[in-house]
Design a protein around this ligand. Sequence first.
Ligand SMILES: *Cc1c(COP(=O)(O)O)cnc(C)c1O
Length: 373
Amino acid sequence: MSNFPPLDRLTPEYIRNFEPYIPSKPDEELKRLYGCERLFRLNNNENPLGPPPAARRVIREFPPPRASVYPSGDAYYLRLKLAEKFDMHPDQFLVGNGANEVISFAIKAFCEAGDNIVTADKTFAVYEWVATFSGFGAHLVPLADFGFDAEGMLRAMDDRTKILFVCNPNNPTGSIWKRGMLRGFLDRVAGSRIVVVDEAYAEFVEDPEFQNAMDLIPEYPNLVVFRTFSKMYALAGLRIGYLAGAMEVVDVIRRTCVVYSVNVLAQLAALAAIEECAEHIERTRELVRKGKSFLVREIGALGLEYVSGEGNFVMLKLPMNDGLAYRKLMTRGVMIRSMTGFRFPNWIRVTVSTDEAMECFIEALTEALGERG
Ligand SMILES: *Cc1c(COP(=O)(O)O)cnc(C)c1O
């Protein structure tokens, strides 16, 4: 043990103080642990319909020898397809190993020691996590009525703020930035900082007032938009997402990206998914509409408070600790997201899924609420 590294001296304080995220165990382990025969995963907002047919075909027919060859280092054909879809230049896109990876690209590209980012206190946590474990500040602005507080974010900016992160629709509250609101915010920032709009759930939005940030890129060169293939396109297991922005800004961010982080099968499946997705998107939206109205009705009947906005998830408040609720629901074969980690103690978030999963969730919840203690 004499050569054990002096971790205290080698590890920066912001790493020592950082609580690592603990991922859930594989289904088989969990089923054994909680003694349930089947498990509905309603914790990650996955699409129960699976990938669109064209992407399935690509996955099924993938030639094994291609696994021995490095993928395109810049997702060449996928960027061409994205450029065509959004009427932009291919160099305005940067593809990563999930949108999670592009969050880290953006923060690395613009922040240095002493800098900070601004975002909401109750939103997708990865912006805050990446900033924190990289040694940067994270100014967290409280939500106002379950939505982002644009004024509060502007007030939270200081001269070391490099990036403002907006999640639209917001995970976990489903709140959206409507037409005038996002423009007004961008006008006030006036190009002085990078504004990231994370649109992981954009394809689910039903509200016609929703402001799609992709459309604003030509007008606001400080705007960077994130999208993912994990949610609507159901390719979460292959890990692929991207960012889009003005060419000059993307040129800067590209310097921080690790080449070959996006595997060949993910690139092929994503390309196929966007080439042929209209029917898939319609079916998914139909499923979410139906599942959400069932959930909201049943949750209301149980007398619980809930927040149901855009996106394929609903949040609800329980008369018990959310960690305890997690365990109670797990023994009944339902995994939800406990929300203390999102700073919503006693709340849980549940993914809108199939009729069977939704019925099972409500049954499990009813039982869990009925139990003493
Ligand atoms: C799921 C999610 C992501 C991450 O997506 P990946 O592409 O799977 O890394 C990003 N942002 C939000 C708001 C999400 O909910």
